[in-house]
Structure formats: C-alpha cells, structure tokens
Design a binder for this molecule. Structure first.
Ligand code: APR
Length: 320
C-alpha cells in the first residue's frame, strides 16, 4: 500500500511539531510548506535526520510551492501569525484572514480531495473562511480546538482529583475563545460526572469553577509565560489525533469546530461540538442534550463566533 501524504501548511512552531509527531507515528510522507524561504526546507532536513535514529522511513520535504502538496490525504493548516502577550485570538483576524485566502486557493488548486484540519486562530472564523476560500465540502474541513481545550480541562481535573489523566474524559463545547463551554455534567472520571465527584466531596464547586476559568484562559496563560508566541506541543498533538482518526477510519468522537446546518439551533457556522471522525471526514455531528446553563453559555459562544464572521465579511467582500 502506498504511503499516505500529509501536507502541513505553516512550518512554524506547531507545523514543525506536527511534522515531528507525524514522522514518529509513521502517518506517511510529509510535506512542510511555508512562505518563508529556507524555513520549511531547513526543518525538513533536520527532521529527516531523526529518521536514522528513530528508524522511520517517511520522506520529509520542505517547500514554498503549493504544487508540492498535490495528492495530500491530510492537510493541517497552521499558517499565519500567533499571539503575543496582551493579544486576544481575535486580534489576529485581519492578518490571518488574508493568509487563509492564499491557503484556501492553494488547496483548491492542488489537493481538493484532502481532509483539512485548520488550527490557525481565531479558529472558528478561520476554519469557516478557509472552507469558503477552498470550496471543499464542509465535512472535509474541520477546526482543531475542542481536542486541545478538553485536554487542558482534563489535565487540570486529573491534577485536582489526583487521578490518572487516562481516566478523565472531559467535554468542552463552543468557540475556541474565552466563551468556550466546559460542560461539567458530561465531564467524568471513569464515567463518574464531575458534578457527582463534587457531591462526593472530592472537590468543591468553587475549585472546579476556578478550573473552568483556567481552561478558558488556558492558551493565554501559556502566551503570558512564553512571551514570544503561543502554545504548540498540545495543539500539535491534538491535530495529529484528528488526522489519525481520519487516516485510520477510527470513528472517534472528538470535539471539533464543525460546520453546523441546524444542529444545536445553529446555521452556517463553525462551532465546537462533538463529531464522529472517520474515513468520510466529519461523518456525524453528535447532538447532546444540554442543561439550561450550558445552553445559555453556548449561545454566548455562538454569538461571539457570529461577530467574527461579520468582521471577516467586512474585510473580504468575496465572503459576504
Ligand atoms: N502561507 C504559509 N505560511 C505562512 C503564511 C502564508 N501565507 N503566512 C505566515 N506563514 C507561516 C509563518 O512563516 C510561520 O512559519 O506560518 C508559520 C506560523 O508559525 P508560528 O509563528 O510559529 O505560529 P504557531 O505557533 O505555529 O501558530 C500558528 O496556530 O494556534 C494557532 O494562534 C496560532 O494562528 C496561530 C497558528
């Protein structure tokens, strides 16, 4: 069987980490694309030299030419600028929208059959714009946010309950921003909801509320510490989990920014919801029953995403 081809658009911190993980996991041959000359080529050469030590055969190439992504099975997009301290994800909108236009057109012309995972922020708006610019089917373009947000939530919960992260399964809905909605009723330790664990005295509502707040600001906390950029290890790991679900037809249920057409009462918008990812891309949107509080919080999040799309349409009239 021929090797799969993974194209990574953006060879920065996340792009380089994605390439490293994809090579270590043997997902396929890797093409790193960037607009900056030398960076994707240099990273590809460095990563290729891991091969003899790790024993992987994948070819890793760097390029500045979109023609080299032709035939890609999976494309992961991290092109654009990242946050600096004091910036919100939304501050990136103007610059990254232009980048999405170039990337979308590159994908449309060279790899229209790929499964595309967008990581560039502000995520929910950028994935929507990338879909518009690329013209790919909605089920083949998805945003990575929920896997990362729920990983952050799970990490903090495991720490609080002093249990293995393996047994924590957390659930985060909504946009990838300060309005994201961690849902306690569906977040569990080995099937026991966090709300029950609070009743059992394992933590308190106040402490869990503080964890929810920390999860919402999880990206900003890392930007504040790094000062020169934003998180990249966990975002890359999360993107790779989504790529594996597609490549291996795993039918995993993962929270992703997916295109909604009526589900959750939302239309023509990308918002974080649980979806099934398999060989068909986003095969199903899982519509769970939400309590009044989660519903109201989701609406706030949806409204925030809507505002970003209005801003996108104001900047690029082809989107209107
Ligand atoms: N086409 C391709 N690559 C581009 C383009 C473009 N038009 N414009 C910028 N880039 C490249 C930059 O040259 C850089 O190598 O995108 C890369 C971005 O890398 P970093 O600055 O290291 O950012 P990173 O941490 O990887 O984050 C990328 O993901 O999580 C989001 O908020 C984050 O939007 C940011 C993106």
């Amino acid at each position: 069987m021929a090797r799969k081809k993974i194209a990574l658009i953006g060879a920065g911190n996340i792009g380089g980490t994605l390439a490293h993980l994809a090579a270590l996991k043997g997902l396929g041959d890797i093409v790193l694309f960037d607009v900056v000359e030398g960076v994707p080529q240099g990273k590809a050469l460095d990563l290729s030299q891991c091969g003899p030590v790790e024993g992987f055969d994948a070819t890793i190439t760097g390029t500045n030419d979109y023609a080299d992504i032709a035939g890609a099975d999976v494309i992961i997009v991290t092109a654009g600028v990242a946050r600096k301290p004091g910036m919100s994800r939304d501050d990136l909108l103007g610059i990254n929208l232009k980048v999405m236009k170039a990337v979308g057109e590159g994908i449309k012309a060279n790899a229209p059959d790929a499964f595309v995972i967008c990581i560039t922020n502000p995520l929910d708006a950028m994935v929507w714009a990338l879909r518009e610019f690329s013209g790919l089917p909605h089920n083949k373009v998805v945003g990575m946010a929920g896997v990362l947000d729920s990983a952050r939530f799970s990490h903090f919960l495991a720490d609080e309950f002093k249990v293995s992260v393996k047994d924590v399964n957390s659930f985060v809905l909504g946009g990838h921003g300060d309005t994201m909605v961690p849902v306690l009723e569906y977040s569990t330790v080995s099937g026991i909801p966090v709300t029950d664990l609070i009743e059992m005295g394992m933590s308190t509502k106040e402490r869990v509320d503080a964890i929810v707040k920390r999860t919402r600001g999880g990206g900003g906390e890392i930007v504040g510490l790094l000062k020169t950029g934003s998180a990249f290890y966990a975002p890359a790991t999360s993107g790779i989990a989504m790529a594996e679900a597609y490549l291996y037809d795993q039918k995993r249920v993962l929270p992703c920014a997916a295109y909604l057409s009526g589900e959750y009462g939302v239309d023509d918008l990308y918002v974080g919801v649980p979806v099934v990812i398999g060989a068909g891309g986003v095969e199903k949107i899982v519509e769970v029953k939400l309590g009044a509080e989660a519903k109201a919080n989701l609406q706030v999040s949806v409204d925030a995403v809507k505002e970003l799309l209005v801003a996108c349409k104001g900047i690029d009239e082809t989107l209107a």
